[in-house]
Design a protein around this ligand. Structure first.
Ligand SMILES: [Cu+2]
Length: 192
């Protein structure tokens, strides 16, 4: 799923501010402002809480310990940014926090990304780069699922669907918004 122009502009603005050396506080505040114009872009849709529950139920993984394992030619991975996000934002997958994902090589991985956070955007990207991640992570993503999601609002949650056809290897998923991966908003992916 592509990133539309309006979203692209906001992302460019983010990068320009980063390049200008703005402090994290300013960026976080700016993130609150940017959440508005992203609402209603083509890449994202809105779901009610019952629709979100139905989407979460489609996750086809098996959770064990801190790992979620997927199998078959088509796997459904449902990634939720849950509330509350304090002290740090994180991902929930199959009700585990930032779990390790084990995925079958060559399969079609269908992701659903759901941001349940009001007033703040998050992203979901996959990289071969390893932690620790910097405040402004340089990651050369192999998959940009979402660059800057709309924040939730008016009782609905923003969601996006995207797919990946991974080859064997060790990857990480992370949120590329400044400081989030540094604070631990990432997890491991093993494709085999
Ligand atoms: Cu984030």
């Amino acid at each position: 799923m592509g990133v539309d122009r309006r979203e692209q502009r906001s992302v460019c603005r983010t990068r320009a501010l980063m390049a200008a050396g703005f402090g994290v506080g300013a960026l976080l505040q700016a993130g609150l402002v940017w959440a508005g114009p992203l609402v209603g872009t083509g890449a994202f849709k809105w779901a009610t809480s019952s629709q979100v529950r139905a989407m979460i139920a489609k996750d086809s993984g098996t959770a064990r310990g801190s790992t979620v394992t997927y199998s078959g030619p088509v796997a459904h991975v449902v990634v939720v940014v849950p509330q509350p996000e304090f002290p740090f934002p994180k991902f929930d997958i199959d009700h585990l926090r930032n779990p390790t994902l084990v995925l079958p090589a060559g399969a079609t991985i269908k992701f659903t990304f759901i941001n349940k956070i009001n007033n703040f955007s998050h992203s979901f990207q996959i990289t071969r780069a390893r932690p620790p991640f910097a405040m402004f992570p340089k990651i050369e993503p192999v998959l940009v699922g979402t660059e800057l999601s709309p924040a939730s609002g008016t009782g609905n949650d923003a969601f996006a669907n995207f797919s990946w056809h991974p080859s064997a290897g060790h990857y990480y998923y992370l949120c590329a918004i400044p400081g989030h991966a540094k604070m631990g908003m990432f997890g491991s992916i093993i494709v085999r």
